[in-house]
Write a new protein. Structure first.
Length: 363
């Protein structure tokens, strides 16, 4: 490999906190090498031994069949990066020549002694930069996007000395956005899903990251709406790159990014109370405020807390389903029997665990 790069990872502890938007702000920086959006790397990560560099490429290729032409992507894809609507007219695309990309990747990986997951990801990003005429000599950072919390923790162990940009957002806004995402997934993919697992991850907050002693910059998403330039300068300082005005524009491949089907990065950074009332009941907001109390206090989200309630109400109401869970139960059908069975079996244990998390903190 030509040089040593600082590895920087983008991730979160719960969905809907703006990681893809943050990625789009950093994507066009001249000192950053990055593949747009979130790529599928699960099979690469889980494979213990690679027998050839060609095998490594083939695994990536099969996991990311629409990688080479973003116009082939659509809202039903997993993940949905929103790369199918780029540019001012939402009709631009990013085209990557597959043969050139493969050739660059194989050449880069050959320079390394071992065919490891780490070296494969690094080589993929270098190859992508070269194919898209990035000035590699100016680049200091390779920006990866593990996205999910568990993957971030794995990356922390794999990429020694790497840094993390972790996004945090108003917990009420987060859950409201998750519910919208669930409804949209059901429409696009006929994928019935309930977000109970997200409640636990949200309640646990940053504690798993801190236990693993990750070097991280915690970005309060709402700060991007208060002073974008100031916040991005702090990020530049953290990952040790020069400030560049390109990071004030949301783009991928130099083309305007509009967000994906679940989330528009240009939506308000503050709570939309009318929108919230349609999705969450007062009981829901109290429960969410209590189980997320540590994050609320640490990041000063005091505006969302219902102050005039008895804490005994929370202790009792946490065992009642939230509004979206009631809607989920009402839509029961035999085709999704297994999913409903999981919901019933895990509902009480998850609620007990949420109560345990809340009580042990004594905030």
């Amino acid at each position: 490999m030509e040089k040593n790069y600082q590895i920087v990872n983008i991730g979160h502890f719960v969905s809907r906190t703006g990681t893809v938007f943050l990625h789009s702000l950093l994507d066009d920086h001249p000192q950053i090498l990055s593949i747009p959006g979130v790529i599928n790397f699960r099979n690469l990560l889980n494979k213990k031994t690679f027998y050839s560099i060609e095998e490594a490429f083939d695994i990536f290729d099969k996991e990311n069949p629409k990688f080479y032409d973003t116009s082939q992507q659509n809202p039903s894809d997993i993940p949905d990066n929103g790369l199918y609507q780029l540019g001012e007219d939402k009709k631009d695309k990013i085209f990557t020549n597959k043969e050139d990309f493969k050739d660059m990747f194989l050449k880069n990986l050959k320079l390394l002694k071992d065919i490891t997951f780490q070296n494969i990801l690094i080589s993929l990003n270098i190859a992508y930069g070269k194919v898209h005429d990035k000035d590699i000599n100016k680049c200091k950072v390779i920006l990866l996007h593990p996205h999910e919390k568990n993957d971030c923790i794995k990356f922390n162990n794999l990429f020694k000395g790497s840094k993390f940009l972790i996004t945090v957002r108003n917990p009420i806004n987060v859950y409201n956005s998750i519910i919208k995402m669930v409804k949209r997934r059901t429409e696009l993919r006929n994928e019935h899903y309930y977000p109970a697992g997200q409640l636990v991850q949200s309640a646990k907050g940053l504690e798993d990251f801190r236990k693993n002693k990750m070097e991280m910059y915690i970005l309060k998403f709402e700060n991007l709406g208060v002073n974008l330039e100031n916040e991005m300068k702090k990020i530049c300082d953290f990952i040790k790159i020069d400030y560049n005005p390109s990071i004030l524009k949301s783009t991928f491949g130099g083309k305007k990014f509009w967000g994906n089907n679940y989330y528009n990065p240009r939506e308000k950074y503050v709570l939309n109370t009318t929108d919230i009332k349609e999705t969450l009941s007062k009981k829901d907001i109290i429960i969410l405020s209590e189980i997320n109390k540590k994050i609320i206090k640490e990041f000063n989200y005091t505006d969302i807390v219902h102050k005039n309630y008895n804490h005994m109400f929370f202790l009792l109401s946490i065992f009642l389903p939230l509004k979206d869970e009631i809607d989920f139960i009402k839509k029961f059908n035999l085709k999704n029997f297994i999913l409903y069975l999981k919901f019933i079996c895990f509902f009480l244990p998850k609620r007990i665990y949420l109560l345990y998390i809340r009580l042990k903190r004594r905030i």
